[in-house]
Design a binder for this molecule. Sequence first.
Ligand code: ADP
Ligand code: MG
Length: 264
Amino acid sequence: MPAALPAARVIAIANQKGGVGKTTTTINLATALAAIGKRVLVIDLDPQGNASTGLGIPRADRRFGIYDVLFDGMALEDAAVVSAVPNLSIITSSVDLSGAEIELVAADNREFRLRDAVGKSALEYDYVLIDCPPALGLLTLNALVASHAVMVPLQCEFYALEGLSHLVRTIERVKRSFNPDLDIHGVVLTMFDKRNNLSDMVAADVRGFFGEKVYDTVIPRNVKVSEAPSHGKPVLIYDMRCPGSQAYIHLAGEVLRREKRLSA
Ligand code: ADP
Ligand code: MG
């Protein structure tokens, strides 16, 4: 029997496309939730480690990470490191994780490894946000199996909806076979460019397809958002007043309102 889902709410941030805003959304949503006093854990499940870098965790502090949790039975609490943002900890990724996709194929209980680790954890968090890699392989599957809900960032560009049916089918399959509790938390439109008609057309298309699942908040394309990771800070800390930060604060508000409904 897999472990039950933990008391913390677990949300996977997933889309098999790269560059759509998964990592940016993970770290800024995490920061916004932490800023209002929620205890938040980010799990960096992408071998590229962008969430670890974006939260300013130096390489020297990445001695242990999610690989050790998945393959060496390390407890989450031993793998987590505190970030510079109060209330926000992270389990970092490492290059080892790039082999994990293949190692998982032959592993026992391969779909449930993350869920078991999260479920066994004695750590007390209000939210666990999982930054998924840009693929629908076993790592993302582990995230979906371990989560109460999945949030899907979509970049406002011509191919936004391409590949989404594959993601939706994967979510349905996970629900049927592994995790009946899994909900789509919502779809967040990212990198919206108000000077570009295409952004409006894409947003309308996505709302037509996903209806109310699309959050009202749209994340604008904002240069401060793209600068922040090179300073090792979430944009919310780098420049709280910029439009990107303000949008993530609004998104966090919407997420919390939906949370009340989803967990009721
Ligand atoms: P993913 O995790 O899906 O690959 P990222 O969050 O890393 O996507 O975003 C891809 C790139 O786009 C990064 O360089 C990031 O800094 C940049 N980016 C993300 N959101 C925005 C935004 N709202 N405005 C400008 N640049 C952004
Ligand atoms: Mg990423």
